[in-house]
Write a new protein. Structure first.
Length: 172
């Protein structure tokens, strides 16, 4: 190891040669471009720097292509929460486009181009209902239409012919 200097013992001593080189290259040497003969450090500090700005005036725009599930519902994530948007079972498995602008959401049938729904979701609710009146609660009996024999609903039988099967003759 003749001819070599002994390696520096401390970290500060090892860092001194690179610091000397970068200091002389950036602070003392003038820049090569003729119109601006400043040092590289001065040229770097003279340029405008990017700073974070105000995001208050920004709006959130996006367009999403999706398919409604088997119950006619879509999902959309807004502000970190997943919202379920109902468009109705008549549109189950329909491919849709959803242009979203902040909280203004439109749902458009992708094949026909017809608007299916426009809504402003309530951020406090996960499920966004369709806007139709709710169905009756479970356990409520359904009203059934009773056939009217005078209208011709087809369910009225003549009393003489209604019991033909009880006499044993299968061909009336």
């Amino acid at each position: 190891m003749a001819g070599r200097a002994a390696p520096p013992a401390a970290a500060g001593q090892r860092q001194a040669p690179p610091d000397t080189f970068t200091g002389s290259g950036n602070q003392q040497r003038p820049h090569r471009s003729p119109p601006h003969p400043a040092t590289p450090a001065a040229a770097c500090h003279a340029r405008p720097k990017a700073v974070p700005g105000s995001r208050g005036a920004d709006s959130h725009h996006r367009a999403r292509a999706d398919r409604a599930d088997a119950d006619g519902k879509l999902t959309l994530r807004h502000a970190g929460r997943l919202h379920h948007i109902g468009i109705g079972r008549t549109h189950a498995r329909t491919r849709v486009l959803m242009p979203v602008r902040d909280l203004d959401i439109r749902v458009i049938n992708a094949a026909a181009g017809e608007p299916l729904r426009q809504l402003t979701p309530d951020p406090s609710r996960n499920h966004q209902p369709t806007g139709r009146p709710p169905r009756p609660p479970k356990g409520t009996p359904r009203r059934r239409k009773t056939p009217n024999p005078n209208v011709g609903s087809g369910s009225f039988l003549c009393p003489e012919r209604s019991h033909w099967w009880s006499q044993g003759d299968l061909n009336p």
